[in-house]
Design a protein around this ligand. Structure first.
Ligand code: ATP
Length: 218
């Protein structure tokens, strides 16, 4: 099993005391699986994604990635898991403004010790970014930046890809094309994909679905 989430709870401080955002969420994913995370706005989808990626800590419960309890790791250990095993794609791209598109794409793969020029070139080509490689992020459209963010994550060949509305900024036709590419690429690299989406159309293209309602698996 690649990912195991057990009885995860998370609260945030609210005006009238703690607000429970996740209320005992459990789930698992095997290597290579695709899973759509759906639910109304505020149901806890992004919070769950952050906890799985070790970007935030739960109040209770645990997350295991490849059998390692990431809550038991120190900051350095969690950073190493994020660098080596997990790729995140958020709506806000988080590209590095001072690096070219090509360097942005190579960046995470280099950090993970898996730089592979041929694979990066293949990704750039398939994402339609070859003509943009020497440009800087600010010179790209939103949709192009989104594709760079996806290519950068896949270039490092993570075992688990966490994506929060990765095609949320794209028009429907482009979103479908990028989604097809993403699904092809995760299949090729045997990565698992856990993706938050509000789109029924995109959710239907994933193998499984987990629906959250008020912080619980519905
Ligand atoms: N850092 C925070 N501090 C306080 N409350 C927070 C924080 N982050 C999230 N929340 C609250 O937790 C709840 C769940 O947020 P979350 O972003 O996980 O929902 P979501 O299902 O991803 O929503 P959306 O579809 O709108 O992105 C919301 O009520 C939100 O206001």
């Amino acid at each position: 099993m690649l990912l195991s989430v057990s009885d995860l709870t998370k609260t945030y401080p609210g005006p009238d005391g703690q607000i429970t955002v996740l209320d005992g969420v459990s789930m698992t994913m095997d290597a290579g699986e695709t899973l759509a995370l759906t639910g109304e706005s505020g149901s806890g989808k992004s919070t769950l994604l952050h906890l799985v990626g070790g970007l935030d800590q739960p109040d209770s419960g645990r997350v295991d990635i490849e059998g390692v309890d990431i809550g038991a790791l120190d900051d350095g250990g969690r950073a190493a898991i994020r660098r080596d095993q997990v790729g995140v794609i958020f709506q806000q791209f988080n590209l590095i403004p001072s690096l070219t598109v090509a360097s942005n794409i190579a960046f995470q793969a280099r950090l993970a010790g898996r730089e592979d020029a041929a694979w990066s070139a293949d990704l750039s080509d398939r994402m339609g970014l070859t003509a943009q490689l020497t440009k800087y992020p600010e010179q790209l459209s939103g949709g192009q930046q989104q594709r760079v963010a996806i290519a950068r994550t896949l270039a490092a060949r993570p075992k688990l890809v966490l994506a929060d509305e990765p095609t949320g900024n794209l028009d429907e036709a482009t979103a479908d094309t990028v989604m097809t590419l993403m699904l092809d690429l995760v299949t090729e690299t045997q990565a698992a994909l856990l993706m938050v989406t509000h789109s029924e159309r995109l959710a239907a293209r994933m193998a499984r679905r987990l629906h959250l309602r008020a912080g619980r698996v519905a």
